[in-house]
Design a protein around this ligand. Sequence first.
Ligand SMILES: C=C1C[C@]23C[C@@]1(O)CC[C@H]2[C@@]12CCC[C@@](C)(C(=O)O1)[C@H]2[C@@H]3C(=O)O
Ligand SMILES: O=C(O)CCC(=O)C(=O)O
Ligand SMILES: [Fe+2]
Length: 356
Amino acid sequence: MPSIISDIHQKQLDLYTIKELPESHAWRSSLDHDYQSNDSVESIPVIDLNDENFAIEKIGHACKTWGAFQIINHNISQRLLDNMEAAGKRLFSLPMQQKLKAARSADGIAGYGVARISSFFSKLMWSEGFTIVGSPLDHARQLWPHDYKKFCDVIEEYEKEMEKLAGRLMWLMLGSLGISKDDVKWAVGGGCSALQLNSYPACPDPDRAMGLAAHTDSTILTILHQNNTSGLQVFKEGNGWVTVPPLPGALVINVGDLLHILSNGLYPSVLHRAVVNRTRHRLSVAYLYGPPSGVKISPLSKLVDQGHPPLYRPVTWSEYLGTKAKHFDKALSSVRLCAPRIGFGNPKDRNSVPVG
Ligand SMILES: C=C1C[C@]23C[C@@]1(O)CC[C@H]2[C@@]12CCC[C@@](C)(C(=O)O1)[C@H]2[C@@H]3C(=O)O
Ligand SMILES: O=C(O)CCC(=O)C(=O)O
Ligand SMILES: [Fe+2]
């Protein structure tokens, strides 16, 4: 990490009390049009999972064209979504010195802190996050020494329900590519996951700030719950940045980089970001779903033939996360085997280098 950048990342400002946007958080001038969203186009598709006849077709189309979609009738109760949101609010409204007791360590994954990708940018994001991998117990004890159980119970129930939904969605997404359980044996027993809670306080100068910078997720798929305040935007070639409106009870599904690899580039991982709001506090919860540890992910053999050679080399999830931490937006192209062909591959992936 360059040293000038690292200095500002040591600071964790209390964004809830700041009345004017500090230079450290000013990403753009208000005249900067590149950052603006295009609200004249339709957003990502909304798919009813109860629609047995067409859900799979619609999912395939959404994955190919957007790399994202929203789902309704997913069987996650509104009670659980509300409890999860309340748990997040309770965490982020703790005093800063309390939150810092559960701070993510320099080389760690779990805990409280600024967005992990902050080190790639010269400006700070208007957000704070809390990452949970497996049991939240140790961190919850640091945050609420006498009252950690309530938080842990909600997280554990949420993780359990999300795991079931993620497995179901993975098979729908793979199914839409003509892939069945016989084709991907490792995927039958479930996967690994992380839970990311994001908080975006109301911002005095939202047009110049950035909640979470543009990125793709290093997952197979991500299930995102956003509260009733908009902020999530997805990038679509030709349309630019498009807002994903929060719909009551709906969940957003992102195609991640590992599904991009499995699908041999047919399903692009979606580039997305979060913008902030002048008056409203926004909260989101991302369930990041990947393969079991040690499993090498590579283009599925059914999707590879002479005309469609494998575009990516095999990589485990932890190897890929390491690559992402080092190369960020060049991670996908750094595991690429050959240059993209026209009409096949990720148009965003412009940095690929031929190998061999
Ligand atoms: C499993 C993971 C994906 C993630 C890195 C992590 O180890 C836990 C946090 C995840 C997250 C959430 C916000 C955006 C993102 C790019 C980041 O900085 O942390 C993702 C990471 C990722 O998908 O690469
Ligand atoms: O807050 C959001 O809507 C986006 C969060 C996100 O992209 C993430 O946690 O990976
Ligand atoms: Fe994301």
